[in-house]
Design a protein around this ligand. Structure first.
Ligand code: WAQ
Ligand code: MG
Length: 268
């Protein structure tokens, strides 16, 4: 019998607000190691500490797993976070997000997308044409889980990322999440930057242009961040899209291209 597979999810909060989260798919023999590693994020690199954390494991059916390739990775170096947000706006428009909808999405994350201007636990689901928010709960949002690198691909993907100086757990996990998101039915593009105050890089990703990193999406020290999934409701049943994002197990077999970083200035 193949080793049983488990979906592992971690969620930590501080005074009732989202602090950290992670999701993996691992074989039974790695559960101890992986749950311990995820729980160690209760204290983050800035030495802040959560006051509550949960880690759950759920067995998944190996026959339901689908295998995909990770998107290509490009990196844009920008002068500052204002330029980064202007670039994000351009890349979203290139991905077929209307200008006003892209601008509204960036502002919504910048202001704190959960009620009260806080960070959401998951992502905004945004109607790409109207800009309307479609997620049922504006504090939780949609949480993508059940995705990871395939065990056999893990070492090689880490080696490739390391060769470009990108072997940070945040890069790998964001790439895997974005890889699942771009496979989802009706998904047009994603916008993301971290809520971690010391991590200012973000990205725009889309099925056509891949995972496009932007060196600065916010000023250092800013605790706000989040994700927006732009969706075309005419192309999919919303319940199918949400079910795919939350339930469908996806493992990634390989990375695409990693392009060298390029400097971006507005007048290009
Ligand atoms: N599903 C949906 N939304 C999520 C999930 C998830 N599984 N995990 C996090 N989010 C949302 C939530 O609102 C967080 O506040 C926000 O995204 C940011 O999460 O290439 O580290 O884990 O250098 O802080 C991107 C750039 C890093 C990496 C993103 O996100 C790179 C990052 P964080
Ligand atoms: Mg995270």
């Amino acid at each position: 019998m193949d080793e049983p597979l488990f979906s592992v999810r971690m969620r930590a909060s501080l005074m009732g607000k989202h602090f950290a989260g992670a999701e993996r798919i691992v074989a039974a023999s790695s559960l101890g190691e992986v749950t311990a590693e995820l729980m160690s994020r209760v204290v983050n690199s800035a030495d802040e500490c959560a006051d509550e954390a949960y880690c759950s494991v759920e067995r998944i059916n190996p026959d339901e797993v689908i295998f995909e390739l990770l998107p290509d990775v490009s990196t844009f170096k920008v002068a500052d976070w204002e330029a980064g947000r202007r670039l994000a706006q351009r890349l979203l428009v290139d991905a077929q997000v209307p200008e006003a909808v892209a601008a509204n999405a960036i502002k919504t994350l910048a202001d704190g997308a959960a009620p009260g201007g806080h960070v959401m636990r998951g992502a905004i689901l945004m109607d790409v044409q109207s800009g309307r928010r479609l997620e049922a709960d504006m504090a939780r949002g949609i949480r993508v889980s059940r995705m990871d690198l395939a065990t056999g691909a893990r070492q090689e993907v880490h080696r490739q990322l390391a060769s470009q100086g990108l072997d940070h757990y945040r890069v790998c996990e964001a790439l895997v999440l974005a890889g699942k998101v771009v496979c989802a039915p009706g998904l047009v593009a994603e916008l993301c930057w971290s809520d971690a105050p010391d991590y200012v890089t973000g990205y725009v990703s889309s099925p056509r242009h891949g995972y496009q990193r932007i060196s600065d999406m916010k000023p250092a020290g800013d605790k706000l961040g989040g994700r927006v999934f732009f969706v075309d409701p005419a192309a999919t049943e919303l319940s199918m899209l949400i079910d795919f994002l939350e339930q469908q197990p996806v493992l990634f077999n390989a990375l695409g291209q990693i392009y060298s970083p390029q400097v971006w200035t507005d007048d290009e």
